[in-house]
Design a protein around this ligand. Structure first.
Ligand code: NAD
Length: 472
């Protein structure tokens, strides 16, 4: 671990950023303290039977950081390295993230201290179901209480097991399936969720790059086209962020994974690298790039945009002075330590913070929860109606002008929105609005984007507390 990461825990790092932003607000000290603290920290252990006469004790957590709005919401991390401090930090980030993108939840997070790769599917299923049952026992799971989601090491499969466990325990509840998001589409999940975080990362970076004044200050041209990008971590978030950035005209010049990093200043074809990795179990030795000695070397390469999309604390006081990127898009949670951030900002870089940039998954999870509570697929009621009325409008114009479109053109024009169209449109709109709200605060208060995001979050959470009053 690096020096600054070693002296400051992840939670302390998040709280240090909170304190920095709270200086720009005028709330009573006690209220700010209430917004900072984790309301409920549930640490528990449970056994699983690994063979006829062998047992293993599993450590797990669920932290509900803020219950100012219910349900609370947050992913479950499956990792050997997960600890209470990390779960608390991630839960706090969720509270701020929800407030920033106007998703009406409190923040939460969960953790199971295992390396999922060391367990069979059947063992993982038993661990996941028991974890869910333990949460139910203590009222830490439910569509109106606390809604879980995937995070590092977990995915659709685990979410399906959790949904089934909850439905089994609450078979009379018609909303039971809304206790978890990130489910497979066939089981109440929503189209577009898998790509949502990476797609959102691309939308957020695009908004930043479209502000001519800010790009000029960085010495860059406006827009994404031609921007040289390095992505660290080719998992769900990193892969999709890289894919949508590439589709938007960016050039991928560096990629880093656990096994190493590759570099080509002229750009690489992302899909070809992914194919190479699945055939060779490594990104290294990709024929149209150079291997770097260490994976972390990729962070220091010459580029315009650096997207850390792996884990926390990867940009530290040690490597920050050598980072050349003008824009750092935090796709992972907490990839930059507080000291590293000061160094990057003092070099004039633009840091787009995690609490805004990676909120895409959360936003689309909110759409999934709404879909589950409404018991209807988005677009189902309006799609055909929109198509028919647009066709009628086109026909009226044709009649008036005496000119007509061919049927395929007419159909294309009249396309009524599917679930995925609505999800992507809602995601884009939310992130555009949030970015400009953050930038306006940053400009008017003369602060960086993270401080501006946190000022917005503190204002919204404080406002909820003031309106709700304190019970009793
Ligand atoms: P993932 O497990 O799908 O991908 C992580 C990738 O990072 C893996 O491919 C892994 O091999 C790689 N990696 C691990 N250590 C590395 C290292 N030292 N150098 C380079 N690569 C390394 O996880 P994910 O869902 O993509 O999440 C990544 C980050 O994004 C996490 O911080 C997570 O909390 C955050 N996040 C995820 C979502 C989501 O919707 N999945 C939403 C918000 C935030």
């Amino acid at each position: 671990m690096n020096s600054d990461a070693a002296t400051q825990s992840f939670f302390q790092n998040v709280m240090r950023n909170f304190d920095r932003a709270s200086r720009y607000t005028r709330y009573p000290k006690g209220l700010l303290e209430q917004i900072k603290v984790c309301n409920s920290v549930y640490r528990f252990q449970f056994p699983i039977q690994t063979s006829e006469d062998e047992y293993e004790v599993i450590s797990a957590w669920r932290v509900e950081h803020s219950q100012h709005l219910l349900p609370t919401k947050g992913g479950i991390r499956y990792s050997e390295d997960v600890n209470e401090d990390e779960v608390m930090a991630l839960a706090a980030l969720m509270t701020f993230k929800c407030a920033i993108v106007d998703v009406p939840y409190g923040g939460a997070k969960g953790g199971i201290k295992i390396n999922p790769k060391k367990y069979s599917t059947s063992q993982l299923q038993r661990i996941t179901r028991r974890y869910a049952a333990e949460l139910v026992k203590k009222n830490f799971l439910g569509p109106g209480i606390d809604v879980v989601a995937p995070d590092y090491g977990s995915g659709e499969r685990e979410m399906a097991w959790i949904a089934d466990t909850y439905i089994t325990l609450y078979s009379e509840s018609t909303d039971a399936i809304a206790c978890v998001t990130g489910k497979p589409v066939g089981l109440g999940g929503i189209r577009g969720r898998r790509e949502a975080t990476g797609r959102g990362v691309c939308f957020g970076i695009r908004e930043a790059c479209d502000v001519a004044e800010d790009m000029k200050a960085l010495g860059l041209t406006t827009g994404l086209s031609g921007k040289r990008v390095i992505v660290q971590g080719l998992g769900n978030v990193g892969y999709h962020a890289a894919k949508f950035l590439e589709q938007s005209g960016c050039v991928i010049v560096g990629l880093a994974e656990r096994e190493g990093a590759i570099h080509n200043p002229d750009g690489m074809d992302l899909e070809a690298v992914v194919r190479h990795r699945s055939e060779n179990r490594s990104i290294l030795n990709y024929p149209r790039a150079t291997n770097l000695p260490r994976s972390s070397d990729a962070l220091e390469l010459d580029c315009d945009i650096l997207v850390p999309a792996a884990l926390e604390n990867t940009i530290t006081a040690e490597n920050a002075p050598r980072i050349k990127a003008r824009i750092i898009g935090e796709a992972a949670n907490g990839p930059t330590t507080a000291e590293a951030e000061e160094i990057l900002l003092s070099k004039g870089a633009l840091l787009i913070p995690d609490i805004f940039l990676n909120a895409g998954g959360l936003i689309v999870s909110y759409f999934e929860w709404l879909k589950n509570l409404q018991h209807v697929r988005m677009g189902r009621m309006a799609k055909r109606f929109t198509e028919t009325s647009t066709i009628h409008l086109v026909e009226a114009i044709e009649k008036l002008t005496g000119k007509s479109l061919v049927l395929t053109e007419k159909r294309q024009l009249a396309h009524g929105p599917d679930e995925e169209d609505l999800v992507n449109s809602g995601l884009e709109d939310t992130l555009i609005a949030a970015y400009h709200e953050i930038r306006n605060i940053a400009k008017s208060r003369n602060v960086d984007l993270r401080a501006a995001s946190l000022i917005i979050a503190i204002n919204k959470v404080a406002d909820a507390y003031i309106r709700l009053g304190v019970f009793p």
